[in-house]
Design a protein around this ligand. Structure first.
Ligand code: E4P
Length: 219
């Protein structure tokens, strides 16, 4: 499973990109607002140049015509832009059209397996099931990833990738990988937590202390 970072804050992306573990970025209107990205085009282009992998930029139109117009504009910004389209009837119409034009679509706000199947059949490049928001309403988000993975596996014509979104904690990353997600998009804070372990810290402290002792004995 690959990892994307789920933020529009350029400094955070720059920092985590250095770790060598992320191959894409997802944004949404909330994340762009949180990053105070007033010049959205500039931010998205900078992220694309840095990451050199898929960067999701979401439409805000709700009619197919508007979505298509926005998507063509965003796709013209950079070859790595993937356009996020919400799972609605108009979203499916727009996805079909954009897929035919060769514009990659990340179909977002996926909360059941049929929505994921419809998105795939319409030509979506990614589907984004929102694990955390399902957990929030006392359902099991990871069950959805498992179901979608099984459905996609059963149809060799489906090449759509499962992008597990709304990741809230490190365990979600592990479970998404086991459940068959192709990618998990994670907030920077979750990635930071996921790389830590108290035994790693304690082990390192001990190695360094023993090394210091050895240096002192050798004097
Ligand atoms: C990314 O593609 C999604 O928009 C994002 O992961 C949603 O996360 P949230 O449910 O924490 O807002």
């Amino acid at each position: 499973m690959r990892l994307f970072v789920d933020t529009a804050v350029l400094d955070e992306i720059r920092e985590i990109h250095q770790w060598g573990i992320i191959s894409g970025v997802t944004t949404n209107p909330t994340l762009l607002a949180r990053a105070a990205a007033t010049n959205v085009k500039d931010v998205i282009v900078q992220i694309c140049d840095l990451v050199q992998g898929p960067v999701s930029m979401e439409v805000v139109s709700t009619d197919a015509e508007g979505m298509i117009r926005e998507a063509r504009e965003y796709a013209s910004w950079h070859k790595h832009v993937v356009v996020k389209i919400p799972m609605t009837e108009d979203g499916l119409i727009a996805t079909r059209q954009l897929a035919q034009e060769g514009i990659k679509v990340n179909m977002t706000l996926i909360f059941n397996a049929n929505q994921a199947l419809f998105a795939a059949l319409a030509g979506a490049y990614f589907v984004s099931p929102f694990i955390g928001r399902i957990d929030d309403i006392s359902w099991e988000g990871m069950t959805l990833i498992r179901e979608i993975a099984e459905i996609f596996r059963n149809d060799p014509n489906i090449t759509t990738q499962i992008l597990a979104a709304s990741i809230r904690h490190p365990r979600h990353i592990t479970e998404a990988a086991k459940a068959g997600a192709h990618i998990a998009t994670c907030p920077p804070a979750v990635l930071r937590k996921a790389l830590q372990h108290p035994l790693t810290d304690r082990g390192l402290e001990r190695f360094l202390a023993d090394w210091r002792k050895l240096q002192e004995t050798g004097k």
